[in-house]
Design a protein around this ligand. Structure first.
Ligand SMILES: [Fe+2]
Ligand SMILES: [Fe+2]
Length: 157
C-alpha cells in the first residue's frame, strides 16, 4: 500500500471508500499497470491515502469523503495506457475526461469529486483548474505518488 500508511489510517480510508473499492467496476483497475509495477487500483488507493494524510496533518479542513472518493476515482479510465491500440493519443491530456465519464456512469459523484477527477493533471490540462481545496490536494498527491512509483516501484521483491 502506501509507505506513509499506518494500519489505523488504512482502515479509516477503506471505511470511507467501502462503497467504491469492492465494486466490480473499481476492481477492474487492478488489471492495468499505472507506473512501474503498481496497478491503477493501487495507485488510486495510494493517492487517496496521501490526500487523506495531507488534509489531516496540515489541518486543511477539506471535505474528507469527497477528497478520498475523488482521489480514488481520479484515474478510473479503465484501459491500458501503455497500449497505443487501447487508448487515445495524448493520454495525459485526455484520461481525466475518460475517468470522469466512467465515474459518472458507474457511481454517484458530487461537484467536488468531479472537479478532483477532471483537474488532477493540471497544469498540463491548462484550462481545467482545481477549483476547490480537495482538488488541489489530490493534484499534489497524485504528482508525488506518480513520481515515487515511477522512480522507486519498478521491481517488486
Ligand atoms: Fe491521472
Ligand atoms: Fe494518478
Amino acid at each position: 500500500m502506501n509507505p506513509y500508511a499506518s494500519v489505523h489510517n488504512t482502515k479509516q480510508l477503506r471505511a470511507i471508500l467501502r462503497e467504491l473499492i469492492y465494486t466490480k467496476e473499481a476492481l477492474r483497475m487492478k488489471q492495468f499497470i499505472q507506473h512501474g509495477q503498481i496497478s491503477t487500483y493501487e495507485h488510486c488507493l495510494r493517492v487517496a491515502l496521501l490526500s487523506y494524510l495531507i488534509n489531516r496533518r496540515l489541518n486543511l479542513g477539506a471535505d474528507e469523503a469527497s477528497l478520498v472518493r475523488g482521489a480514488f476515482l481520479h484515474d478510473f479510465y479503465l484501459y491500458d495506457w501503455h497500449d497505443p491500440a487501447q487508448h487515445p493519443r495524448l493520454h495525459g491530456f485526455y484520461h481525466p475526461a475518460a475517468a470522469l465519464a466512467n465515474a459518472r456512469k458507474y457511481f454517484s459523484v458530487n461537484k467536488k469529486e468531479c472537479n478532483i477527477i477532471e483537474s488532477h493533471m493540471w497544469p498540463l490540462t491548462i484550462t481545467i483548474l482545481p477549483r476547490c481545496r480537495e482538488a488541489f490536494i489530490v493534484c499534489l498527491a497524485d504528482k508525488w505518488c506518480s513520481t515515487q512509483e515511477t522512480l522507486f516501484c519498478r521491481h517488486r521483491p
